[in-house]
Design a protein around this ligand. Structure first.
Ligand code: ATP
Ligand code: MG
Length: 466
C-alpha cells in the first residue's frame, strides 16, 4: 500500500482531509477526520469509505449521501453540505469539497471537510486549496450549483474553438472571469488578451482605441497609434459592454468579423488581423435589435456561441463557498487572519438578494474586513444597506431577471458548422444546452457540435435522452 507522504502536511490542519484510491478505499485520513468521525486513521486506512457515514441535510429524515456517486468522473468535483454521523450517533454539519486527480496515472480523490456546525469558518474548503492539483483558470470561477458545472463545460468547449463568444449576464456575475478562462484555456493563451470597455469612451475615442489612427487624422492625433485589434493579433479581444457601441462602430466591427481586416483611422491601408472575439453584455441584445439600436447581422455574428452567467440569487447555496473564498483572498491582501463569520452575519448574507451579484458580496466582505478586529466577521461589520431591513426591501423589490432567454429561440443565420469540438467534451449537459439554444433543432445542434445527425442521435440514445 502506497504511503501518502505528500499529504502529511495536512495531518494537523483544522480541516478534515482524506484521500481515496480508485477503489474508494481510504489512503489518507487526517486528525480532524478522526475527531469528526471518531474513527482513527489506523481503523480506516485501506478500508472502503462507506464506513464513514455522510447524510444528506436536505432530506428529512436524513438519507445517506453517497459521496462517491456524487462524483461523476466527468464532473470531477463536488462542493456540498453534508451531515456526518459519528460512531456515537452525534451529527455534525459539514461542508465537503472533493476533487479527482491523477497520481502515478492512478485516479484518486481528495476531499476537504469543514465543520460548519457552530460557525461558518473559512478554514480550508475553497477551490484554491486544490490549486496544487489543478490550477485551471476555470477554478477561479467558484460555484458548485449545477448551472456552474454546465458553465464550466461550456467554457471548455468555447476554448476549444475560435468561434465568437457572447457572454450574457447581469452585472457582477463573473462575465470577465469567464472571458479570462476561455482565453487562458485556449491555444491562444500565450498570445495577447486585450480587454476593451466599449461603454467607457466616446464614439471617436473608441474608434481610435479599437482601430488605431495615423498621425494628423484628427486634432490630437500627434503620432501613429496601433489599435486594440492590431494589438490583439494572434490572440483574443474582449469587447465588454458590447450593447453600448454606436451604429458607426457596429458597421466597422461587422467588417472586422467578416473580412478579418482593419483600417486605422485616417488611413485606407488594409491590415489583416487574426483575432478571437469574445463580447459581453448585461443588456438584452435581442431587445436592442428589435428596437433598431443594435444591428441584427452583427448580433448573429457575435452570438455564435452564447454563454449565460448566473445571478447570485439563483445559486445562493454557493454563498458559503464564495464567503470562504473572499475571506481567504482578503486575509492574504490585508495580512489579517479572519477565520469566518458569525451565524448572525451569515444569516443576513444568506437572506439578501444581492442585486449586484458576486461583486456586491465581495465588496461586502471587503467592507467587513475594514471594520472587523475579531476572528469572526459580525453583523455590525457588514455594510448598512445589507443590514437595514428597509433598504433591503427597497433594493430587492427592484430585482428582476432580464428575459435573456428570448435570445435562445432565435436561430443564428451564420454557418457555424466549422467550429471544431473535441468529441470527449460532448456530454449530456452540452447536448441539452445546445438543443435548448436552438429550439430543440437536432440538425442545427449536430452542426454546431461538428458531428452528423446520426452521431448525435447515437449519443442522445447513449445518454438516455430519447
Ligand atoms: N463565480 C465567481 N467566483 C469567484 N469570483 C467571482 C465570481 N463571479 C464574480 N466574481 C468576482 O466578482 C467580481 C465581478 O466579476 P466580473 O467583473 O467578472 O463581473 P461582470 O459580470 O463582468 O460584471 P460587469 O457587468 O459589472 O462588468 C470580480 O471581482 C470577480 O472576481
Ligand atoms: Mg465586466
Amino acid at each position: 500500500m502506497k504511503t501518502y507522504n505528500s499529504f502529511l502536511e495536512f495531518e494537523n490542519i483544522p480541516c478534515g482531509v482524506f484521500v481515496l484510491d480508485k477503489k474508494f478505499n481510504v489512503a489518507f485520513w487526517n486528525n480532524e477526520m478522526t475527531r469528526l468521525f471518531d474513527i482513527t486513521s489506523k481503523e480506516i486506512i485501506g478500508k472502503n469509505i462507506s464506513r464513514a457515514v455522510f447524510l444528506d441535510p436536505k432530506s428529512n429524515p436524513y438519507l445517506p449521501l453517497n459521496i462517491i456517486s456524487c462524483i461523476d468522473g466527468s464532473i470531477g468535483s463536488i462542493f456540498k453540505s453534508a451531515i456526518i454521523r459519528n460512531s456515537n450517533n452525534i451529527d455534525t454539519l459539514v461542508f465537503i469539497s472533493a476533487k479527482f486527480f491523477k497520481d502515478d496515472q492512478e485516479k484518486r480523490m481528495m476531499a476537504f471537510v469543514t465543520d460548519i456546525s457552530s460557525e461558518i469558518t473559512c478554514k480550508s474548503t475553497t477551490e484554491s486549496d486544490f490549486a496544487f492539483l489543478n490550477d485551471s483558470p476555470i477554478s477561479k470561477i467558484i460555484g458548485n450549483d449545477e448551472r456552474f458545472i454546465n458553465l464550466h463545460r461550456l467554457i471548455e468547449l468555447a476554448s476549444e474553438s475560435t468561434a465568437n463568444v457572447m457572454i450574457i449576464g447581469e452585472s457582477g456575475t463573473g462575465k470577465e472571469l469567464v472571458s479570462n478562462a476561455i482565453h487562458y484555456l485556449s491555444d491562444r493563451k500565450d498570445k495577447a488578451f486585450i480587454k476593451v470597455n466599449c461603454s467607457a469612451l466616446s464614439e471617436s475615442l473608441l474608434e481610435s482605441e479599437l482601430f488605431g489612427h495615423v498621425k494628423g487624422s484628427y486634432t490630437g492625433a500627434y503620432k501613429d497609434k496601433i489599435g486594440k485589434f492590431e494589438a490583439a493579433n494572434g490572440g483574443t479581444i474582449f469587447l465588454d459592454e458590447i450593447g453600448e457601441i454606436s451604429p458607426m462602430i457596429q458597421v466597422k466591427l461587422l467588417r472586422v468579423i467578416q473580412e478579418r481586416v482593419i483600417e486605422r483611422v485616417g488611413d485606407n491601408k488594409e491590415i489583416k488581423v487574426d483575432i478571437r472575439i469574445i463580447a459581453a453584455t448585461n443588456r438584452n441584445l435581442r431587445d436592442l435589435v428589435t428596437k433598431g439600436i443594435f444591428r441584427e447581422d452583427l448580433f448573429y455574428r457575435l452570438n455564435v456561441f452564447p454563454i449565460y452567467t448566473v445571478p447570485l440569487r439563483d445559486h445562493k447555496t454557493d454563498i458559503p463557498l464564495l464567503v470562504s473564498h473572499f475571506i481567504e483572498k482578503f486575509n492574504q491582501q490585508t495580512g489579517k487572519s479572519i477565520k469566518g463569520m458569525t451565524e448572525d452575519a451569515f444569516r443576513i448574507i444568506m437572506d439578501y438578494c444581492f442585486p449586484g451579484n458576486v461583486r456586491e458580496l465581495e465588496n461586502a466582505i471587503e467592507h467587513a474586513f475594514v471594520l472587523c478586529n475579531k476572528p469572526l466577521i459580525d453583523y455590525d461589520d457588514l455594510p448598512q444597506e445589507i443590514r437595514s431591513t428597509n433598504s433591503r426591501i427597497g433594493l430587492c423589490a427592484e430585482v428582476k431577471s432580464e428575459n435573456y432567454f428570448e435570445i435562445r429561440n432565435v436561430k443564428p443565420e451564420v454557418s457555424i458548422s466549422t467550429i471544431p469540438f473535441k468529441r470527449k467534451l460532448i456530454t449530456k449537459e452540452v447536448i441539452e444546452n445546445i438543443l435548448q439554444h436552438n429550439n430543440e433543432n437536432r440538425t442545427e445542434t449536430a452542426k454546431i457540435l461538428g458531428i452528423s445527425r446520426v452521431a448525435l442521435w447515437k449519443k442522445m440514445k447513449k445518454f438516455g435522452m430519447e
